[in-house]
Structure formats: C-alpha cells, structure tokens
Design a protein around this ligand. Sequence first.
Ligand code: M6R
Length: 614
Amino acid sequence: MCGIVGYLGKGNAQESLVDGLRRLEYRGYDSAGVAFHEGGEFSLSRETGRVENLANALRGSGSSSSLGIAHTRWATHGSVTVSNTHPHQSHDGKFVLVHNGVIENYGTLKRFLEGKGMSFASETDSEVLCNLIAYHYSELPEDEDRFIDAVRLALPKCRGAYGIAVLCLDYPDVMIGARRGSPLVVGLGEDANFIASDASAFVGRAKEAVFLNDGELAILDKGGFRITTLEGQDAQAVTHPLDQILEEVELGDFDSYMEKEIYEQPAALENTLRGRFGDDGTTAKLGGLEGHEDVLRDLDRIIFVACGTARHACMVGEYMIERLARVPVEVEHASEFRYRNSPKAGKSLVIAVSQSGETLDTLEAVREAKTKGLLTLGMTNVVGSSLARETDGGVYQRVGPEIGVASTKAFSSQVCLSAMLGLALGRMRDLSPMDGQAIVEALNGLPDLVSKVLQQGEQIRELAVKYSKAEHLLFLGRQSLYPVALEGALKLKEISYAHAEGYPAAELKHGPIALISPECPSVFVVEGNDLSSKTIANMQEVKARKGPVLAIAPENIEIPDQAADDVFRLPEAHEVIRPILANLPLQLFAYHFARLRGLDVDKPRNLAKSVTVE
Ligand code: M6R
C-alpha cells in the first residue's frame, strides 16, 4: 500500500527521503513524489512508475532543503497519473500533504470546499483533506498554534482512515503527522527526526521509534517532538530502539527479499520457538495468553479471522487445533466476518492472524468481535502494530521484518504457532503428556528439518524449469495439506501471474478434472499417513488423462512410477510439522518459476505488502 516518509533535520532532506521511499517500495505502489520546503515555497517532484524515475528526475536538482515529505502511492481514488500522485498541495499553495488510507466522505467535503470557491487538481480524497486543512487555517487568527489547530479542526470532519504528514509554508521548522486506522511512526535520530508509515523507511538514520496510536498527532520541530491527542492533551511517547532492524532489512547476498526470507526460515523458526515450552517438556508456554487461562480451558469454539496467506495458515491451524485440543474451529475471511451476523454460540474466542498487523479487514473483524463482547487474541509479526495493540492478548511471530510481498517465513511461523496453541489447549484438556512431549520434540526439531529441505533448492529449480511454460496449474492436497495446496497456488499466481488453483485432492472429480490436459500440470502434496493411498489414486486419475504430475511426498511414502512424472522428497516428520515442510518446496517452486519468466518477485504487479484499505 501507500508509503509515507517525512524528514526534518539539519542535513539534506532529499537523500533521506529518496532512500526512505526505496525502503518502502516493498509495500507496493504505482507512483512516487516528494515536496521540499525551500526558499519560501514548496518545490514538488512527482513521477508515475518506480521510485527510480523520481530519483532520476531529482538528480542534479541541487535541493538543499532540510524539511520535506515523500510518498509512494497505490491508486485508490483516480488512475495512475502525475496529478493524482502525492504530495498534494492546497489551492493556495500553503500546504503540502501525503496521505495513506481512504477518506470515505471526501465527496461531501469536496462539495463543501468547492462551495467556498476552491478548485481541485486531482481526483484524490487526499487533496480534499489538504484543502480542508487550508480552509480551517484561513479561518483561524494568526498565532503560533494556527497550523496545529487547523489540522486538529480538519481531521475530525473526515470519516475513514488516514495516516498523514503535512507541512505549512508559514512554519518552515514544523512537520505534523496524524493517524487513524493507518500506521504512522516517528523516528528519532541524532541530526534529524522522521515521520513514516513504517519504521523501515528510516532504519540506519534513526535510533529510536515512537508508534502513534489512533487519534494521536505527532508535532516535530527543530526543538524535538511531542505527541498529543487530537483534542490537544499530551499523550505518552513510548520509544523503541531500532538497532537490530538494519541488518534484517538489508538484502545481503540474495537477489530478492523473497529468496532471502525463504532461506532464513530455519533461524526465523528458532526465534518463533525460543523459550516457549513448559519446564516439563510436554506443553507450550505462550506468554501473551497468560491471564486468559480460565477462558481458554473452557472454550466452545475458536474463530480465526485473517486474509490471504495468513488465512491459509489459520486453515492449517484449524486441522491441528481440532485434532490436538478437540475444540471446534472455524476460519473466516476477515472481510466476510466483519459484515456477517455470526451467531454468538457459547464461549467463543476470536484469533486474528496478520503478519503486518495492519490489514484493515482483519482489524475491522477484531473490532466487530469486540463489539460482540468476544475475547480477541492476535498473532502478528510486527511489534506495536495495530493488531498487537487492539487485541486482548496474543503472540508475536518473531521472524524479523518480512519485506517480500509474497509472504513466506510468516506463513511458516504462523503454522508453527498454531501447532503450539493446539498443544497448549490440548494439554489443558485431553492430550496426554506423552503426546505433548512428542509434539514438543517435533517442534524443536523443525528448524533442522527446514534446513534439510531448503538444501534441496536446486532440485526444485530444475523442476521449475521443467514446468515453467505452463499457464494453468492445479495444486492438490488433503486435510492439513489442503491449505498448503491453496497456499502453493496463491504463491505461484501472485508472483508469476500463471493461473493456479488449489483444491482438496478429492474435489478433483467434482469439476476441476475437466481442466486436466498435457498443458495443465498438477502439483500434489502427499500426506505421510494412510490417507496418502487415496491421494496417490487421485494422481493416477490425472495421469490417466495425460496430465503431468509433480508430487511432493515424504520419504516413507512409496509413489508408484505410473502415478507421478516427478517426485520431490521430504524428510519423515511428525504430523504437526508436515504442512510447514511441504510448503517449502512450493515457495521455492513459485520463486524459481517467476524468476525464469524474468519477473520481479518482490514487486509483483498490482499487489501491496500490507492492505490497509478495504
Ligand atoms: O499482513 P497480513 O498477514 O494481514 O496480510 C494478509 C495478506 O494480504 C497477505 O498474506 C497476502 O495474501 C500475501 N501477499 C500473500 O503472499
């Protein structure tokens, strides 16, 4: 989604802002722009396409400004044009503003402002907000708080979500940020302070970060910064150190973040697991669930809400939790749950899962669940994210920043945490200490097994070469490997643009088998238990219709020669970790498939890393 970065300091704003925009590229965008406060006026530069186009346009501009704001736009209101690109400038030239989110009542506000004689240069809701601030400013008497007061008067008139950074020509030393529903963070450095939609925009330049809460304003000036509420009361500013993040967001020797994040899964999963088992070695100990034991022991149902890959991880969790803890589980698309009349059956727990912790549909689902009086827990990777703050408790994934748009290590850690949750809930109910111990041992062995699978990456690359001409592929699996099949299909389509569908293997005969042809390969993820014979029978049905078959199967399962063209072998493993292992070759398959087509896997077309609009 859109990205914001603002700079106020002693140095040259241009370099930090362009660098910040480059670090925000992973979020997905289609145009980029920057505005500097310079020589008593604002100078704007805006380009469609990549940040590189903007950097080229700025090259040689010789800006020496030390105050500026910049933005990457992911189009919502109006097409991808320079005039719709941020920053937007107010009709009188006094304000420039960058905005993430959606102002739902922008039409009404626009008509009001047009009635006051203003005209608009873009089709965006953001320009309306910029002009609304200018309007209030023009109505206020001259005094030192006039800029802040204009922002405070304008924002409550907006319905919807915003994260903004705004500058005023009359205040050459001030930058204001505000948030409601769209993340915003202040970065504190030695020679400069920043406002950004995401701390990665200023890592390496700032030492500490302060995450804004909804309804808060950040006011940065030459003397420092302060956080207030929209009403003007001082708010608490909690600082978080940023030291480790730089290394985590550097690409190192890898070609892409997606590849880096796939290969760092053994270490990432070690972090997810570290210190999270009980002393007797038979259960999981998740700190964020402490204090909720009474509710957890007595649950009637769990509802997972999530989107995309996170939802697939929840679907694996559904199989695991029902098996280990025997609690009924439902998995809902967050976007559907938020508008449903979901019956309030018994004691329900809502678990929201989101790597970014900022996905709007997931947050709204949490808010809806809270309205209904349900206990909400969050599973997220981003410390201090909206999800972490809005839920009653929860667990962090601890896998470090995930920059690649295609989610990889986050999925593995979400599945791992679901297994741990199933274990903890199971041990509160029927699960025996021996079964608990076997699961703890399996989970502790997971990072090594993940390494072992990733070491076979070259074999997957060769398979991707063989199948990379296909334009249509099916992914099939049963039980907890069915969501893995869905995830394999999603990964492939989002980065390679090939058409891929995931199904439960037995559904094949109910329709998808009509697609089978020599041009449509099927990728089967095979279980490590008795069900595998049924999946092998499905593979033979595909082969009988001349469909190519690639099987991903554990070493202990015999695959007859006539059932598959190719077999990729996984190590034998406990059932709770098989879905994670089976998904690894599918991540690598999608990665190589897309690279062989010459595509940029980190910036797939039309996609954003974190979807903060509805
Ligand atoms: O940040 P979240 O986990 O809430 O994101 C949810 C989806 O938008 C995300 O998983 C999306 O499907 C990914 N691009 C998949 O690779």
